[in-house]
Design a protein around this ligand. Structure first.
Ligand SMILES: Cc1cc2nc3c(=O)[nH]c(=O)nc-3n(C[C@H](O)[C@H](O)[C@H](O)COP(=O)(O)O)c2cc1C
Length: 224
């Protein structure tokens, strides 16, 4: 059993949703990763809620094991959510390493990871609800990092961008526009506080992806 103190030090608390990258193997054994919100239900138990159309849903359903990777890197979030888009490309060689206690890959560049075995799974209104036991936790020692608003803004933008595309596909254009405006505002903030950073690189790639899907940054950025 992983101690509550260890989980607390990693930012995990019962009732709190954290944004992570869940890595799992496909049925054919290919490593896979996608950003997912993860809820610590109680000490030692997580809940993961992938939509049924995702690879993560299929992998958790068939393999019942995964790692929950902890990172604040906009680059890692972007490369695992928009994999295959020309701005991002595929996941590079050496991106994954094997976990130790579960049969699942983990991300080489994460700051830490939880090794999780799924013990129950159900599907409610198009979304899986997988509950898993945390079997092992590993954290990479790191120096403290000064807080910079750009990192929060870039990751929020990545989350909003996934919804912009979903809303747009569902014909909910005004909701998509509202989020595209938020992204434009974050993009301008990032340009001010962290020019040339990983966060800026991520948000510029995002702007290019959205632009190809019909959300031209110029249409929103003039508002800021
Ligand atoms: C920070 C973040 C959190 C996300 N959380 C979820 C989630 O809880 N469930 C979900 O289905 N999609 C979530 N998404 C969207 C998925 O990552 C995205 O749909 C992904 O393409 C699905 O991946 P897959 O088909 O490769 O498994 C999230 C995206 C981001 C950026």
């Amino acid at each position: 059993m992983v101690s509550p103190e260890t989980l607390r030090r990693l930012g995990l608390q019962p009732g709190r949703i954290v944004e992570t990258i869940v890595a799992s193997y496909t049925a054919e054994g290919k490593p896979h990763a996608a950003p997912m919100g993860v809820l610590l239900e109680e000490w030692g138990t997580v809940a993961i809620r992938p939509y049924v159309e995702t690879w993560t849903y299929r992998n958790l359903e068939s393999r019942r094991q995964c790692t929950v990777n902890l990172t604040g890197s906009p680059k890692l979030f972007l490369s695992t959510v928009f994999k295959g888009e020309p701005e991002v490309g595929g996941l590079p060689e050496g991106f994954f390493l094997p976990a130790l206690k579960v049969e699942a890959p983990r991300l080489r560049d994460a700051d830490g990871w939880l090794e999780v075995e799924i013990f129950s799974g159900e599907t409610l209104e198009g979304r899986g609800l997988f509950k898993g036991r945390i079997l092992r936790v590993k954290a990479v020692p790191r120096l403290p990092e000064a807080y910079c608003r750009a990192w929060f803004a870039a990751i929020e933008s990545i989350i909003h961008a996934t919804r912009v595309l979903e809303y747009s596909r569902a014909g909910r254009r005004s909701e998509a526009d509202r989020l595209a405006r938020l992204i434009a505002s974050y993009r301008s903030l990032i340009g001010r506080v962290a020019p040339g950073s990983e966060a800026e690189e991520a948000v510029e790639k995002l702007a290019s992806i959205l632009s190809r899907y019909g959300f031209k940054p110029e249409a929103y950025s003039e508002l800021f």
